[in-house]
Design a protein around this ligand. Structure first.
Ligand code: ZN
Length: 150
């Protein structure tokens, strides 16, 4: 995608997912969860994960944050649901690389490529990555732990 296409698509996707966040709910039978905080912006999210074997059977989030943090979390829940832990890890790494301007694999990123639009606003990169770091932390623990992006 060209830079201007990414910019347009980025704005559309962020608006859409912020207005109608997917999987925005508490999950009572989650077996992994973590709290994520981005004090720079005031974003505070909880990510709930239900693993069955090594498959992410369900993924949801709650909390409050700016449009970018909510939209990124919403996209994440949509994309990672049904993936294996290994696939989720691969996607997480690609998202991270994208934000740090490293080479990425568009085939793995898929529609997450639009998140690259946030790089034009460096102060908001942490908003976009908050849910991803929180999900990653949740996967690594059976306990409720907190992540702060600083
Ligand atoms: Zn934010």
């Amino acid at each position: 995608m060209s830079e201007s296409n990414i910019r347009d698509l980025y704005q559309q996707v962020i608006m859409d997912h912020n207005k109608k966040p997917r999987n925005f709910r508490e999950m009572l039978d989650a077996n992994h969860l973590a709290h994520g905080n981005n004090p720079l912006c005031g974003d505070a999210l909880v990510v709930f994960v239900k693993m069955t074997g090594d498959v992410i059977e369900d993924l949801s989030f709650q909390g409050s944050g700016c449009a970018i943090s909510v939209a990124s979390a919403s996209l994440m829940t949509e994309i990672l649901k049904g993936k294996t832990l290994e696939e989720a890890e691969e996607i997480y790494q690609q998202v991270h690389k994208q934000m740090t301007n490293e080479d990425v694999d568009p085939a793995i990123l898929g529609k997450l490529e639009v998140l690259a639009g946030v790089r034009e606003f460096p102060a908001r990169v942490k908003c976009a990555t908050l849910s991803w770091h929180t999900m990653h932390t949740a996967m690594e623990s059976d306990h409720d732990i907190s992540v702060t992006t600083e």
